[in-house]
Design a protein around this ligand. Structure first.
Ligand SMILES: NC(=O)c1ccc[n+]([C@@H]2O[C@H](COP(=O)([O-])OP(=O)(O)OC[C@H]3O[C@@H](n4cnc5c(N)ncnc54)[C@H](OP(=O)(O)O)[C@@H]3O)[C@@H](O)[C@H]2O)c1
Length: 222
């Protein structure tokens, strides 16, 4: 399957691209607003994989171009730009495609990070409202730390929560997530449950910042 990671030039995009390319048979394409930036990043990721003896080419291109031939499109862009990013690529999406949202809105003050719930109810809901007819939206990867993913020497041993209202799309994303070594995907229900998942991310950062030796935390449900 071809998976496009829009904003794959950034932190979580890099982590997801490296893990998916190294652990799964899927073809990974990096998207950017700037085609050349995406091509350069894709080359960088391919070199990193190659240095580990992994024969997995990552390609790159402008967001709409990589979305056009992907079945699954991950929106690894800032939370306040998920809506305009979906609108910008809407013409490249076809019925049956799946949009994946890992985004969470946060604010920071002197006490730490706080969940910033958007008026729509969640960032995942903003994506659902912007998605063209027939394109399912699934929330996943919200609570993964980019640096931990991008360090291919790090064992994961963590969970990701998957939400969505379309069961087939949710199964597709669950299978993709579980293809990553050490990552377990758990069904957390429908899109209405997005705020609970999105709000876990600032909690993880606050715990990491207040406890010596803790960084790049994830969650594991037992
Ligand atoms: N970092 C993490 O550990 C982590 C973990 C879980 C979830 N997330 C979520 O994943 C998303 C991306 O996080 P990140 O840390 O990877 O962010 P980031 O590195 O700051 O940005 C990712 C990419 O978004 C693109 N971008 C920037 N401004 C944009 C705009 N106005 N419109 C469209 N695209 C824009 C950029 O790509 P181009 O300039 O190449 O277009 C950039 O490389 C966020 O919504 C975040 O909540 C992050």
């Amino acid at each position: 399957m071809k998976i496009a990671i829009l904003g794959g030039t950034g932190d979580i995009g890099e982590g997801l691209a490296l893990r998916l390319a190294s652990d799964t048979p899927h073809r990974i394409a990096i998207g950017s607003r700037d085609a050349e930036k995406a091509e350069n990043k894709a080359e960088e990721y391919t070199t990193e994989l190659d240095s580990r003896g992994l024969d997995a080419a990552v390609t790159g291109g402008e967001n709409a171009a990589v979305a056009a031939d992907a079945r699954v499109v991950v929106l690894a862009v800032p939370p306040y730009h998920v809506g305009d990013t979906v609108e910008a690529i809407a013409g490249s999406l076809a019925a049956g495609d799946v949009l994946v949202s890992p985004a969470t809105g946060m604010k920071r003050d002197e006490d730490g990070f706080h969940y910033h719930k958007p008026g729509a109810g969640s960032v995942t809901r903003i994506v659902a409202e912007a998605a063209p007819e027939g394109v399912a939206v699934v929330g996943a990867f919200h609570n993964l730390a980019a640096a931990r993913l991008a360090n291919l020497d790090a064992d994961l041993g963590i969970d990701t929560l998957v939400i969505g209202d379309d069961d087939d799309a949710k199964t597709t994303v669950t299978d993709i997530a579980e293809g990553i070594d050490g990552l377990r995907a758990l069904d957390a229900g429908g899109l209405a449950n997005a705020p609970e998942i999105e709000s876990l991310t600032p909690l993880l950062i606050n715990v990491a910042q207040n406890n010596d030796g803790m960084h790049d935390l994830g969650v594991q449900f037992k």
